[in-house]
Design a protein around this ligand. Sequence first.
Ligand code: ADP
Ligand code: MG
Length: 397
Amino acid sequence: TAHGAAAPTVGRPHGAQYTAEAFAAVYGAAPTGTWAAPGRVNLIGEHTDYNDGFVMPLALPHTTLAAASPRTDGVLRLHSGDADGGIVELRVDALRPAPQAGWAAYPAGVVWAMREAGLPVGGADLHFESTVPTGAGLSSSAALEIVTALALNDLYALGQEPQQLARLAQRAENAFVGVPCGIMDQTAAACCTEGHALFLDTRDLTRRQIPFDLAGEGLRLLVVDTRVKHELGDGAYAERRAGCERGARALGVRALRDVSYAHLPEALEQLADEPAVQALVRHIVTENHRVEEVVARLDAGRTRAIGPLLTAGHASLRDDFKISCRELDLAVDTADAAGALGARMTGGGFGGSAIVLVEEADAPAVGAAVTQAFAAAGHAAPRIFEAVPSPGAHRIE
Ligand code: ADP
Ligand code: MG
């Protein structure tokens, strides 16, 4: 970092004190407060959030912390222990949504979105420290946005609910940063709770906290960060998104969410002369169905029984949505062959991370099998850690 500290260690969040001290070193005074927002994995429901569908993320123990103080002169100063380039200084009344490079667009975009919404937010000094791996499909961008949103919400007494902060952060990422993401990641960072997965309907934003007590049941959820990010990601996302919209139009529905699982065969028949769109529709409709099945099985206390749904979700992303890659396939196939209950890629695809549901006793062997398979295939070593369902964004000091 800019101040000589070691790089963040996965699984060991920087504390509030470390972050407050770093803030003081950068800005010359103690911060008013310190806030945290987590990264996430999505248990099931991939690419459904821009089709008005269902998702089921859970928060990671890895967090982005912000130490912050308000300013009375309309100046916004941003500094991150995980980014080079020193302090970024902006005027809040001069913020304009031009898709722009640079990490500071994420927090600056949140301030812009709040002001656009008529919220009385002024200047601030912010310093960030994070243990969320960036660009690993674990949503470090949403953690950065939501921790900023929560800090400003408190500093300026804006009175926004977590879901409203998520909406503002999504607007920031869409319109200010220029990334056409759905609402899942920001909602996960803002609304997840410890020991639960969050069942979210992305159409009406109704949510339900589903108890997900892995440790209590003798289970583990592993994250395999492949540490690869294949370039075609951004263009492919826009393409998939456009294909889904095309499918919805062809079927005469508002969004693919409105195609029921029971009517999938007819829908596919209707799309017979557009096989590429057909495959996208099949993924979205079966994926929404899998989310509902996962919820049903968890509600019935059958946590182990969600494993095959995870693996089926991976096959659908690989074969129909075509957004997997050989590293993700290798992680999933190896984990399943080594005795995992189920595994799937999580996040946008083309790299990033996979999740593996495994019996506690089998976790070391399954992890070792994946590491070995990567070495044998000549891939860089993956980073493997545990996803413990953790709290959403909160103030820590
Ligand atoms: P993901 O959200 O999956 O981690 P993204 O590409 O959406 O991947 O977001 C990663 C980007 O977010 C980084 O390249 C950087 O610009 C920004 N970012 C995330 N966390 C931080 C942080 N702690 N400090 C500075 N920038 C960050
Ligand atoms: Mg992101």
